[in-house]
Design a protein around this ligand. Structure first.
Ligand code: 2BA
Length: 108
């Protein structure tokens, strides 16, 4: 068994979870925060047998879209000697996905 940990955009979460549930996969949704943008995102946990990993990956790939987000740099010293921040644009991935081996899976 594998555990898929997918960090996705909040706006894609409902649709992805709906598709996963329809396909019969169990999902846990966690509210998370990106360390860089310090903005909310969604982490989904999906426990799945090895044979179904590709199905889960396909659903994530087709549902989660990349987006441009604007953030500001941490304070830098300006030429005048004061502190200033600069806007920067980053591309947030459709999904950041980790797949880990599950040693055991027990339900009581
Ligand atoms: P954030 O940490 O808020 O990062 C959002 C986006 O900002 C990233 O998109 C990337 O394009 C950019 N970014 C992140 N760190 C950066 C840095 N030090 N310098 C310049 N740009 C930077 P993604 O890579 O698609 O990541 C989306 C979200 O997935 C991240 O939100 C974070 O919550 C999670 N994530 C990404 N890589 C991860 C990792 N190796 N481990 C754990 N979580 C990760």
């Amino acid at each position: 068994m594998k555990l898929v940990i997918a960090i996705i955009h909040d706006e894609d979460a409902q649709q992805l979870i709906g598709k996963l549930n329809e396909a019969g996969f169990g999902v846990t949704k966690l509210a998370s925060t990106g360390g860089f943008l310090k903005a909310g995102n969604t982490t989904v946990l999906i426990g799945v047998s090895k044979e179904h990993i590709e199905d889960v990956m396909a659903l994530i790939g087709e549902t989660c879209k990349t987006r441009k987000e604007v953030t500001t740099t941490t304070s830098i010293i300006s030429e005048a000697g004061g502190f200033m921040t600069m806007p920067i644009e980053v591309t947030v991935g459709g999904a950041t996905v980790f797949v880990v081996d599950v040693e055991s899976h027990v339900k009581f």
